[in-house]
Design a protein around this ligand. Structure first.
Ligand SMILES: [Fe+2]
Ligand SMILES: [Fe+2]
Length: 281
């Protein structure tokens, strides 16, 4: 089994220290194979904020945890225009990770991160053609394990309630969806919206391949959008994925009900539904 803790939108500089401590406690107790952080490490890409994020990562690594991160739009300077266009991710590379396309293989899963943050389209995300080729070539080398792609920006506009959506689809979504389909991506992890949710990609865009779309809320930011801070515990066993959302309850993170999904051809379905179909067949 592969266990991944999926955190997002830490926003150091606009964070709550109690939540940072509680997240660390949970990570140390849960012993994940990999901690994924899908961007927005800082609030305004300032040096002191990156230093705090770096100290958090150092503590995790010193405790023996593997960490994979990608930048978010808040990790690109907004007001320092020179830096934003000439060296937008210099601080990210210095304090978080030299590589912007980290790849980790853990027992039972292969995980690739791609940078979708851009200086020009500050809030919106993009995947360029070189990155699409990198996604295809990287996953072509892995064995028969779930292939997980991590981005800060979700590839889809996501439904929040009847007829309402949040955010925009990633730039040139059709090309991005084609490349993740060709690369055989099974699971997409992202953040940015500060809302936790799970979808089958096919329900979000007809062109989408068979991917399970998992969004993380903000783990530690004080800026909330209609829901408390949370992060995702993802347990992968063969073609089953069990997701447990850990939500801030005021004095600690509390595990919610588990949600199980099983890959069924080109679709992901709740495990209970898939098993009921087998019984009645
Ligand atoms: Fe964010
Ligand atoms: Fe963001």
């Amino acid at each position: 089994m592969a266990r991944i803790f999926h955190l997002s939108d830490l926003h150091f500089g606009a964070h709550d220290e109690r939540l940072v401590e509680a997240v660390e406690e949970r990570i140390n107790a849960g012993r994940p194979d990999l901690v994924v952080i899908s961007g927005d490490f800082t609030q305004r890409a300032r040096t002191d904020q990156f230093e705090e994020a770096c100290a958090f990562l150092t503590r995790l690594r010193d405790s023996g945890h593997e960490v994979l991160g990608v930048p978010g739009n808040h990790d690109v300077p907004l007001y320092d225009v020179l830096r934003r266009f000439l060296s937008p991710l210099t601080r990210y590379k210095r304090y978080i990770d030299e590589t912007l396309c980290p790849f980790h293989e853990v027992p039972g899963a292969a995980v690739l991160g791609i940078n979708t943050a851009r200086s020009l389209t500050f809030k919106d995300g993009r995947i360029n053609e070189e990155q699409m080729e990198f996604i295809r070539s990287t996953f072509a080398r892995v064995g028969d394990v779930p292939r997980i792609l991590v981005t800060h920006h979700p590839l889809f506009a996501l439904p929040v309630s009847d007829g309402l959506e949040v955010g925009k689809a990633i730039g040139r979504q059709d090309l991005a969806l084609d490349s993740i389909g060709e690369a055989g991506v099974d699971i997409l992890l992202a953040g940015h919206n500060h809302r936790a949710s799970t979808h089958s990609a096919r329900d979000l865009a007809t062109r989408a391949g068979p991917a399970l779309v998992i969004q993380a809320g903000t783990a530690t930011s004080t800026r909330l959008r209609d829901e408390e801070q949370s992060f995702n515990q993802i347990d992968i066993e063969g073609r089953d994925v069990v997701l447990t959302i850990q939500t801030w309850g005021g004095s600690g993170f509390v595990a919610g009900d588990t949600q199980g999904y099983r890959r069924d051809g080109d679709h992901w379905r709740p495990i209970a539904e898939a098993e009921a179909d087998v019984e009645t067949a």
